[in-house]
Design a protein around this ligand. Sequence first.
Ligand SMILES: [Zn+2]
Length: 490
Amino acid sequence: MSQNDEVMIGLEVHIQLTNLKTKLFCSCNNDYRGAEPNTYVCPICIGLPGSLPVVNKKVIKFAIRLALALDCKINNQFWFFRKNYFYPDLPKGFQISQYNKAGGKAFADGGKIAIRLNNHKKDIILNRIHLEEDPARLVHKGSIATSPFTLVDYNRSGVCLIEIVTEPVIRSPEEAREFLKQLKSIVQYTGISNLGLEGSVRVDANVSIKGYDRSEVKNINSFKEVERALRHEIIRQKNILKRGKKLIQETRHWDDKRRITIPLRTKELEEDYRYFPEQDLVPIEINKDFIQKVKSELPEMPNERSIRFRKEYGLTEFDSYNLVLDKNFADFYEEGVKSYPSFGSEEHKLYCNWLMNDISRWLNNNNKTIKETKITPKHLVDLINTIKDGKITGKIAKSFIPDLMVGVNVKVLIEKTGKKRISDKEYILKIAKEVIINNPEIIKDFEKNPRALEALIGKCMKKTKGRLDPELTRELLLDLLSNKIKKIEI
Ligand SMILES: [Zn+2]
């Protein structure tokens, strides 16, 4: 039994449909980010008496897209419920949501997301997805626990959320991370939301050690924080059990500044929410033709794309799985390899390696996505061709990456930097001789250990900033050392 078998995690992921123009039940602007507080509001989304909500049709279309992509069973008829609770972010005193009991149904049931972790595949089974409105945004000074005040911005009130609820089948923080990575990718491909926007995603996590009461960690505000919060909460629960104390069912808050979970309140029971049908909205029926229409417009999903990439471009399972995660990255790949018909499987693999290694590293270090840079697929095609033609070495090519990312092309870089691969035999011989004379200890080592040759090649490269033809340098060094070239003189 692995150490994590006893851990049970279920996630509730709330995603804002940021690609909508208007809110869920009114025509207020959905794009509230950066707006003056409390300016994108109307009687409906601040819950004035007498105002009536109307469902945004595009929401239904977006929800069907996601349900299809996650392999859920769409319920062809459903209605909304009121979830009652009293909190400053909720002007009506209830949230319009969905409920899958008391005759109610979720938008869609079941579904799954396939993940890979350490070469192990697993399906994370979903319980349901449903729609609800976002509450207002509460603004604190610093941490929620220490802030002297709370400000309320109703611009967010009524923005559409889609909630994805998993079964408690996640066994470790790493599995949760992989699940969220895949979910993020699928959401990007469906075009319903831009999860790169701050606050577009919130996660609640149910965490328990098998056989004990669970806690619900609320309001984890980014995918990155989930793994961290789960790690902390699992250790906290295990420590309590180690000390022989009792775990209680409770709601906790993830304090991302202090990186701990803190108790918020003991868990409300479901009946505390006094769910009842929302009488101001008619039941919604979705006919099969509409679902079929949305299905026909659905783009290729990452999973299918990964399989196709393996077939069409001969990539490994690992490479294709990671390459397709970010749609823009995968589009970049495809545009590049397709634009150069003479590229074969060797170049397809090379192109993938450059993207997955040097370019990904640059993007990570600079906290950017490929779309936020100026590199084009053609730049990378040129780079690979220039290496293949022997005009530059791989090492020089690597040094070009930061310039390529800001849109400078390879030809200009070679001219500007004067970095061309050097294949001039006389010049390389001169460098090699200098290196041999200046490094007697490596030469001595070489007599016992032929691998010391690598150190000499390294010295030659260092002297010329990596511009020497590596094969020719190796050959000439060996010739010099085996006395094929007798006289060493400078
Ligand atoms: Zn409104």
